[in-house]
Design a protein around this ligand. Structure first.
Ligand code: CP
Ligand code: NVA
Length: 354
């Protein structure tokens, strides 16, 4: 998301909501009537999107296969056991060959350098489905979920005392307003992240502050985000709205939203024992957030898959949790991204001479 401007990100979110509203067959709660479905953009008609996944996936794969179908195209899943990449063929040659037969590549890779190389040599758009450093489509889904749930976040009365009056805050909730494009407006939030500094957090760091939200992060010192991530954070001016420390209680102070991710990302299985030791005390619980002084109405988010290490069942399955609407929204945000960045993208012709 560091590669996208704020208007582009907002545009994608509005478009995601539009895709969801016209494509999802749901019952209107009041009327009990089925919503009128409309034909979504068919920008992928006659087009193929290659899903180049070198790691496991449930949500990202489902989101991409189902949304390509809705956009009238064909998704072609290419797992690491299926193709020559990494065994008999380089990313450079693979990108050129896939780009000759498909109109876009959605790639889940190990080291981030792999997707940079695919992008460098691909004649068609390459979108990141998760790499060691970033997970952009996840954060779009998180943002859509927050905007859709904007009414859950109370607006403090700025004329009152310096300390927000949490007890009476519900009465001061502003009615939900909708920005252009139908996306509900979201007040500036304090978003706390407790746990491993990995791909999901990194995309939050380059995005949330640009959208007006402040971030508070707690992670053990040796897990601080790597220099290439900080470089992007600073270039985008996001660093001034990020508090970073070691203490999880300090991080959740005033938090409207608390987010975490697994402590053991895909590919880090050999470090499991060490990581479980290093992250001891970082589990998100009701007690942690109460003692740390989170907004009493705080909500919880997690990209999934989840383990009990990083968040207990009480929070994960409790009324604060937005994790399943968040997972559902992977589909609509991925659909919007494919429509805008593959279906409606100008396809560079493959050069005659290589
Ligand atoms: N959140 C997410 O990316 O899940 P998957 O790994 O199942 O795709
Ligand atoms: N940080 C996790 C995210 C999974 C969606 C991983 O990379 O495995």
């Amino acid at each position: 998301l560091a590669d996208l401007s704020v208007p582009q990100i907002r545009g994608l979110l509005s478009h995601s909501l539009h895709c969801k509203q016209i494509s999802k067959p749901w019952l209107e709660p009041q009327s009990g009537k089925k919503q009128q479905l409309r034909m979504p953009s068919q920008s992928l008609f006659n087009k193929t999107v290659a899903l180049l996944f070198s790691k496991r996936s449930t949500r990202t794969r489902l989101a991409s296969e189902t949304s390509v179908a809705l956009l009238g195209g064909r998704a072609l899943f290419l797992g690491s056991e299926d193709i020559q990449l990494g065994v008999n063929e380089t990313p450079r040659d693979t990108a050129r060959v896939i780009g000759g037969m498909a109109e876009g590549i959605f790639a889940r890779v190990g080291d981030h350098a792999e997707i940079e190389e695919l992008a460098k040599y691909s004649p068609v758009p390459v979108l990141n489905a998760l790499s060691s450093l970033w997970h952009p489509t996840q954060i779009l889904a998180d943002l859509l979920t927050l905007h859709e749930n904007a009414h859950l976040f109370a607006i403090p009365d700025l004329n009152a005392s310096a300390e927000p009056d949490y007890k009476n805050m519900k009465s001061s909730i502003k009615t939900r307003t909708r920005a252009k494009g139908g996306l509900p407006e979201l007040r500036p939030l304090t978003v706390a992240y407790v746990g491993d500094s990995a791909n999901v957090l990194h995309d939050m760091l380059v995005t949330y502050p640009r959208l007006g939200h402040s971030m508070r992060v707690a992670s053990p010192p040796k897990y601080r985000a790597p220099p290439e991530v900080w470089k992007r954070v600073e270039e985008l001016g996001c660093d001034k709205d990020i508090w970073w420390g070691e203490d999880p209680k300090e991080a959740v102070k005033g938090a409207d939203v608390v987010v975490t991710d697994t402590w053991i990302s895909m590919g880090q299985e050999a470090e499991k024992a060490q990581r479980l030791r290093d992250f001891h005390g970082y589990q998100v619980t009701e007690a942690l957030c109460r003692e740390g002084g989170a907004n009493p109405d705080w909500k919880f988010m997690h990209c999934l898959p989840r383990k009990q290490d990083e968040v207990d069942d009480e929070v994960f399955y409790g009324p604060r949790s937005l994790v399943f609407p968040e997972a559902d929204n992977r589909k609509w945000t991925t659909m919007a991204v494919f429509d805008m960045f593959i279906g409606k993208w100008f396809i560079d012709p493959i050069p005659e001479k290589e």
